[in-house]
Design a binder for this molecule. Sequence first.
Ligand code: IMP
Ligand code: MG
Length: 178
Amino acid sequence: MNNDIERVLYSQEEINHRADELAAAITEEYHDQNPLVISVLTGAMIFTSDMLKRLNFKLNVDLVDVSSYDGTDSTGQVKLDFDLKSDVKGRSVIIMEDIIDTGRTLKYLVQLLKDRGAKSVAVCALLDKPGRREVSIEGDYVGFTTPNEFLVGYGLDYNNLYRNLPYVGVLKRSVYAN
Ligand code: IMP
Ligand code: MG
């Protein structure tokens, strides 16, 4: 598995350190708001878990699954595969996402939650690839701004592989080019 990685971009230690900083900023803003933290499956699973352990105040957790991706190319279409259990009406919501790429997924999700009456919707993403953006959306809390390369590990996958790498790395082109 590690032979398929071109280079490591963010190590576990760097991610831990950045998660501390993000959690401190979120705590300052949300500690008295009982927010609903929504993790976007499956990619944000590991990052969400890291963040939740650092948010020591009253909050609720829910899950959502949206898909727009096929291999390394965005299909441009976003689809709700698994809906929330919670009512977001009047709630302060924080979406946890692995990466903001074209921005389509988050644009769709943020709009959906606003349409359902959320009081506020913030986006917390481990990674941001602004060079690939196709729709206007920005993360409120972003771990790292990354180059335009296909990344795997720490939840991010290629065809549902590599999610369990304990770092974020660049996938070798030879793995997906043919
Ligand atoms: P967007 O809708 O184009 O912003 O894409 C968001 C989703 O695409 C993320 O939640 C990821 O699941 C996936 N994605 C985007 N870039 C990468 C990448 O470099 N590696 C793995 N998955 C990615
Ligand atoms: Mg995703």
